[in-house]
Write a protein that binds this ligand. Sequence first.
Ligand SMILES: [Zn+2]
Length: 376
Amino acid sequence: MGPMYQYRLSRTSRCGITRPREPLSHSPPRLVACPRQATPLSMYVFTSDHFVLPLPADHRFPMAKYAGLRKVVERVLPSHFLAEAPAVTDSQLAHAHSAAYLQAVLQGTLSPKAARRIGFPWSPALVARERRSVGGTLAGARAALVHGRGVNLAGGTHHAHPGQGGGFCLFNDAGVAIRTLQSEGLIERAMVVDCDVHQGDGTAVVFQGDASVFTVSIHGAKNYPFRKPPSSLDVPLPEGTTDATYINALEAALEQAFRAFSPDLVIYQSGVDPWEGDRLGTLALTTAGLLKRDQVVFGRCDREDVPVVVTMGGGYAPAIDDIVSLHAQTVFEALRDLWPARTGHARASLSDRLPHSRDPRATPPSTSTIAPANLL
Ligand SMILES: [Zn+2]
């Protein structure tokens, strides 16, 4: 049985122009055959919301957003382009995590302290769900390498370190996805563009000292995590930062990153917690500002001719519908060029639902009831 797809490792633009790249000393074969995948590569969007994690009723994590987001996307997307995310295997997880940590997670023997740091009660369902959440990023990345874009309707688990979880993140999806694709010879170099309001500490540590991966994190200086291990490029922003300042900082960061580094793939962590009404974020981007942010990232990647996989990350608006709408805005923007008519219509109908300014619902009842820690 022959391979299902073949493509060159060197970047080929969708208009057919192949741009030469400077060779690395350890260059793998230039023509890579991608073996037949369990998940067809014609999928663009991956969901894992059917794998539900049992949480106490009063748990702070807005788990329902994943099913809500899938329902919104499902109404727009041709159904055969939306697929259940595959589960990552133990050996794929081992690309980014230590053997001791994996053993403790998989066997349910995490210490109480390690479990508290993660913030989810351990259960076999937790492990099953997180395998899918990471698998969505890996599958979305494979789709992006073929089609230019891929989307994981979960993932963005950037607080998971090689040897410990944290902030509702069990496994580091970017770490597992990038290292897996590298081990298969499908990519050499990758960039992580992390626009969640919380700094991507786990991702920074996973790739510390790894010259094949460039990590960018633009975040609230005063947000969790309070110890921020250095990314390749960190952009901490002061409390209350608004659209114009944020967009200027993002454009400058991407300019610096792409001058320094030429990736085969970008993983875009598109957390919507920099939104002005977020209960936990210290930044003040409007809904339009978040859209502009997405457009800046996608526009820059398009100009650089780099495929992008989008992961969701955090979002803690008081109303779950607002979180869903803000994430959906990003998903439709990601897919805009693939289905202009469908996503154009979806964006128009979404505009009635999107939160357009800070409203009374956005004020938390009491800041003391919401600990500004340990969140995706
Ligand atoms: Zn976050």
